[in-house]
Write a protein that binds this ligand. Structure first.
Ligand code: GDP
Length: 332
């Protein structure tokens, strides 16, 4: 087998590093690669490799020499986490992406995919949001630190592509949910937060569930496994550092989302809106015609996705109950 064959993503033995494989996006990419038959996927937990540490990252890349990199490692969180810890979002994300993108250049990675986000477009961008609207207006204040970091990552891929002729590409996913999501009551995104709140309200017989904000902002939701398929597809067919939106092209209000989760979980209580919490951007629906024209489209609709995400939530709480049980056993 010659070197070209070994490094071609069409080759199932290509050496692929999935950065952030424990997270929702990284684990979905790893699953999708494995399902497609890839056999040489490199992974490191954050304990094994601290991506914010340049020396560790340089050593890892020099030793492993991956051919392809999916950069799915990032500090992420919902509206309150972003608003409360802007320094952490800025510092950690800039360090992770600087270290991984630069080491990919130095170690001659064949192709790297970086993940931006729909929340880094201007707050009042026309809808649906086309790729060229990036950096045409002021950012949403609740996540401007995260947005600036992600914009730096995109610009870095573009600058490296321009100056060094490397194949570093940029995907812009919409709001994501799925397996291995974060269900923290304060730090998570809206969909997993509402699954947990509605489940707990049903469990305890509570008469109402509190939804943050006015319920009027609109959001688009993509199942993480669909995003993973899109990322692998772009790695195979797309060779430009110009950003590409990834979404469903459909959105709904937070009120509609909460109502539909209540229905899916068979919760009959009321929704009440806590307007002391921020609404964030009024709307951020992506124009997905560019990726659709390359031959990709999502497979999991929101109704099906919410049920799959609920299964994931139930598994996570059963697992943590088991873990607590085991700990108790050890202590006694
Ligand atoms: P955003 O898309 O960056 O604004 O992030 P989120 O997913 O955290 O929030 C989306 C919208 O859902 C905002 O308008 C929130 O105020 C609203 N929302 C309603 N209830 C909740 C909740 O329990 N958690 C979160 N994170 N957002 C909520």
């Amino acid at each position: 087998m010659n070197k070209m064959e070994q490094t071609d993503l069409k080759n199932l033995e290509a050496k692929i590093y999935v950065a952030g494989h424990k997270g929702m996006v990284g684990s979905a990419i790893e699953r999708a690669l494995t399902n497609q038959g890839y056999t040489n996927i490199i992974k490191r937990t954050s304990k094994q490799l601290d991506l914010t540490d340049k020396l560790e990252v340089d050593h890892f890349f020099a030793t492993e020499k991956p051919d392809y990199v999916f950069l799915a490692a990032a500090k992420v969180g919902g509206i309150l986490a972003n608003n409360t810890y802007p320094a952490d979002f800025l510092f950690q994300n800039i360090n992770i992406q600087n270290n991984v993108i630069h080491a990919s250049l130095v170690n001659k990675v064949k192709k790297l995919l970086f993940l931006g986000s729909s929340c880094i477009y201007p707050k009042h961008a026309p809808q649906p949001i086309k790729e060229e609207y990036l950096l045409t207006g002021a950012l949403e204040a609740t996540n401007d630190a995260y947005a600036i970091a992600k914009i730096c990552g995109i610009k870095m891929c573009q600058a490296y592509a321009k100056q060094y002729s490397v194949n570093f590409i940029n995907a812009m996913p919409t709001n994501l949910y799925g397996k291995n999501d974060n269900y923290h009551l304060e730090h998570s995104h809206v969909l997993p937060a509402l699954i947990r709140k509605i489940h707990e309200a049903k469990d305890t017989g509570a008469a109402e569930v509190t939804v943050w904000g006015t319920g009027t902002p609109k959001r688009e939701f993509l199942y993480a496994d669909d995003l993973a398929e899109a990322c692998i597809h772009l790695m195979k067919v797309y060779n430009s550092s110009d950003i590409v939106n990834i979404g469903t092209g459909e959105d709904l209000t937070i009120n509609e989302l909460a109502t539909s989760i209540s229905k899916a979980l068979e919760y009959e209580g009321n929704l009440v809106f806590d307007v002391s919490k921020p609404d964030g951007t009024p709307r951020k629906l992506l124009d997905v015609s560019k990726i659709k024209n390359t031959g990709w489209e999502p497979k999991v609709g929101l109704d099906e996705g919410v049920l799959l995400a609920y299964q994931d939530y139930l598994q996570q709480i059963n697992y943590s109950k088991m873990a607590v049980g085991n700990e108790a056993l050890c202590v006694s």
